[in-house]
Design a protein. Structure first.
Length: 343
């Protein structure tokens, strides 16, 4: 007789499900005979269903039977309070049962009201970026720079630390430099997809700095010449050119000005002077101004002088080379400039 008593075919399996999804427990019982299958929430000691009848008043629960040996408990739209131990029980004497755990997980979500937004700090100052997230299990927060560059974190215990990834809800940046300017990403993850992130832009303010690659530039008359200044400034600066005497240079058919950005704070100023005249010689200033301060650089432009070789043919058939200074384009004589013959 004992051989025909109810018997569980498979263990009741633990279930991990995201909040809001449907969870299913399956209990397979052979030789049930006249016995009944009950579903119980063991940690709450609450009977949920007996056979095909739901006892609890929870409308999200249902039980099904496949007319053979499989009994299924379905919990729709799972909530956190559904988490716990569930039991499939057969009313034998002694009773037979098996249990499994329902784990309810929640994907991470950024708590925007407790999370930092874009931030502006002076160069040399400090910035504390905070990122809070909710979810279950508790999300882990990591920080990265959007451009993939290293984060420079400084604290009293570990000193200066460079890393592409930093963990923790707070990212503390001290003695901030302009190279740390840019977008920072806080990423919240807890193993439940999807991970979420928030982008924070760190703006570092400083007065303009100008570097002049060539402070002395020479070119022949009639040619085009290019003057270059490299500017670093934040916030964005107003940049312009002027003659050393104070006359502002305006774009026209002879003067062409461009600005090329190489980073969030770096710009290359270019002035092209076409068909160089004598009147163009002298000093040029590149000037940069923002709300914090201003800076200027000076370039001196001069006309290049070439030595032109002249050949003098002597009466005896010999020759001599003379050098003369010419300003402007280099010219090559097509024939001797002076010729003497003997009578």
């Amino acid at each position: 007789v004992a051989a025909f008593e109810p018997d569980f075919v498979y263990p009741l399996e633990n279930v991990t499900i995201a909040k809001g999804r449907d969870a299913t427990f399956t209990c397979v019982v052979n030789n049930l005979g006249g016995y009944r299958v009950a579903w119980i929430k063991a940690d709450a000691k609450a009977i949920l269903a007996i056979h095909e009848h739901v006892i609890t008043n929870n409308g999200r629960l249902s039980v099904t039977h496949n007319d053979y040996n499989t009994w299924t408990l379905v919990i729709r739209n799972v909530k956190m309070e559904d988490r716990g131990v569930y039991m499939c029980q057969v009313n034998t004497d002694p009773m037979k049962m098996q249990t499994a755990f329902l784990e309810v997980v929640i994907p991470p979500d950024i708590v925007y009201e407790e999370t930092s937004g874009d931030m502006m700090v002076p160069e040399g100052g400090s910035a504390k970026l905070v990122c809070k997230a909710r979810g279950y299990p508790k999300p882990k927060i990591t920080w990265r720079r959007e451009d993939g560059r290293e984060i420079i974190a400084r604290n009293g215990t570990h000193g200066k630390m460079k890393a592409t990834v930093v963990e923790g809800e707070m990212l503390s940046l001290t003695k901030v430099t302009r190279s740390e300017m840019g977008a920072y990403m806080c990423i919240a993850s807890n193993g439940v997809p999807p991970s979420v992130s928030k982008r924070m832009k760190l703006q570092v303010h400083f007065h303009p700095l100008i570097q002049v690659p060539n402070q002395l530039v020479g070119a022949p008359l009639g040619t085009d010449v290019t003057l270059i200044c490299n500017v670093e400034a934040s916030p964005k600066a107003i940049n312009y050119w002027q003659r050393e005497i104070g006359e502002m240079i305006i774009s026209n058919e002879r003067y062409s000005m461009t600005e090329n950005e190489s980073s969030m704070y770096a710009v290359q100023m270019t002035l092209v002077i076409q068909k160089l005249h004598k009147a163009d010689m002298g000093g040029y200033k590149c000037i940069s101004k923002n709300s914090i301060g201003d800076a200027e650089g000076t370039i001196r432009l001069y006309g290049k002088i070439y030595l032109q070789r002249l050949q003098l043919i002597l009466p005896n058939g010999g020759g001599a080379l003379l050098n003369t200074r010419l300003m402007g384009r280099r010219r090559t004589p097509q024939r001797p400039l002076m010729s003497c013959s003997s009578r």
